[in-house]
Design a protein around this ligand. Structure first.
Ligand code: ADP
Length: 357
């Protein structure tokens, strides 16, 4: 017997609900053996006691099947996220030096693409800035665009240029006083998507560790759409204080959104709420057309026991703002969409600052 054989067996133990193994998630702290006894120590932050139980059972089964092993002792070092606060430090991601002066990190996620996640991210960034200003607080906002397949944040925010590197740190590009880093700055449109896939974790790690974020009040992480392993590892790499789920009113979309949200549950990141996008179209005579059905946001929020933060209408000015690189929250302050974004921002701030207010 040797530890390499044992580690190989542990690699067969998947994190419950995911196809990735616990070793590659960095949860295995120690592996040793003495005669026919194996000792495994696992470190995990979760509220769900079923997860460590299942992992321990699976380790015992797998490692116990190695010839010569008589007993497997699994030590679970479980850290409970603080139950009194909505500002959970996620599943023990390393405290990243470049992000140390960032007060809050929130993720914007969706179960699938095309629901307007990036649109919500840029407008929310501008709305948070305004809401912080109204509270006479510092208004430094950043966006980390992790959607490496379709990085649209730079265009939507009118942020252009080539990021400079100083003292081994990448300088984010600023527009509307929002510091942004995106794969869109680093690759051209012709870079094949197949090349980007394997780069996802590497890129995100670099976005977290090698960007000169400096002092920020809130950093918004625009996650790639979906609920797969890349998203899960990302939520474990970056210390998240909360997550916002974007969905549309359709039933199908909201079911996918719920699956996405459960990923945050698994890694003990609290949900800040649900934003329903493309909720309705306001006719010129003032009637609301519900093109994509109704109730998806509310039912998603209810199922996830989190607030419905707001409903963003379908509005050509939102799309035009994205195309022109001037978000509607900046461009059309009196629009219904802007008012809704400001309401959403206020609710998020209330939750984040709940400890200090
Ligand atoms: P995702 O990030 O989920 O893939 P995007 O934010 O890129 O989606 O949005 C896709 C397209 O839909 C963009 O062209 C955007 O301008 C448009 N869009 C998103 N939300 C709205 C809305 N509420 N009203 C009008 N257009 C919208």
């Amino acid at each position: 017997m040797d530890t390499e054989t044992i580690r190989k067996k542990i690699q067969e133990v998947k994190y419950p609900g995911f196809s990735r193994d616990i070793l590659s998630f960095g949860l295995v702290k120690e592996v040793s053996f003495e005669n026919d006894q194996v000792f495994v120590t696992v470190e995990i932050t979760t509220r769900d006691s079923a997860i460590p139980e299942q992992i321990a059972k699976s380790i015992k089964e797998k490692v116990g099947s190695i010839e010569g092993v008589n007993e497997v002792k699994v030590k679970m070092e479980i850290t409970e996220p603080n139950p009194n606060t909505n500002t959970t430090q996620a599943n023990q991601p390393a405290s990243i030096e470049a992000m140390q002066k960032v007060q809050f990190v929130i993720a914007v996620a969706s179960g699938k693409g095309g629901v307007g996640k990036s649109t919500i991210t840029v407008n929310l960034a501008c709305a948070l800035q305004k809401a912080l200003k109204k509270r006479s607080q510092s208004t430094k906002i950043g966006i980390m665009d992790c959607d490496i397949y379709g990085p649209s944040i730079p265009l939507m925010l009118g942020a252009m240029g080539q990021p400079q590197v100083q003292n081994n740190l990448i300088e984010p590009i600023k527009n509307f006083d929002i510091s942004t880093i995106s794969m869109g700055f680093l690759v051209d449109d012709d870079t094949p998507v197949v090349w980007r896939g394997p780069m996802i974790m590497k890129t995100i790690k670099q976005f977290a560790e090698n960007v000169n974020w400096g002092a920020l009040d809130i950093l918004i992480v625009d996650l790639p759409p979906g609920t797969g392993d890349a998203q899960l590892s990302l939520t474990q790499t970056i210390p998240l204080n909360g997550a916002v789920i974007v969905t549309t009113p359709q039933k199908a979309a909201s079911e996918v959104a719920r699956r996405g949200a459960r990923m945050f549950e698994k890694v003990s990141v609290d949900l800040l709420g649900v934003v329903e996008n493309m909720s309705y179209l306001m006719d010129s005579d003032g009637t609301k057309q519900t093109l994509f059905g109704e109730g998806g946001g509310a039912s998603t929020a209810k199922a996830l026991k989190t607030p419905l933060l707001g409903k963003i209408p379908l509005d050509t000015d939102i799309r035009k703002g994205c195309d022109a690189g001037i978000p509607i929250v900046v461009n059309k302050e009196d629009s219904q969409a802007t008012k809704e974004f400001l309401k959403i921002a206020d609710s998020i701030l209330d939750q984040l600052f709940k400890e200090t207010l």
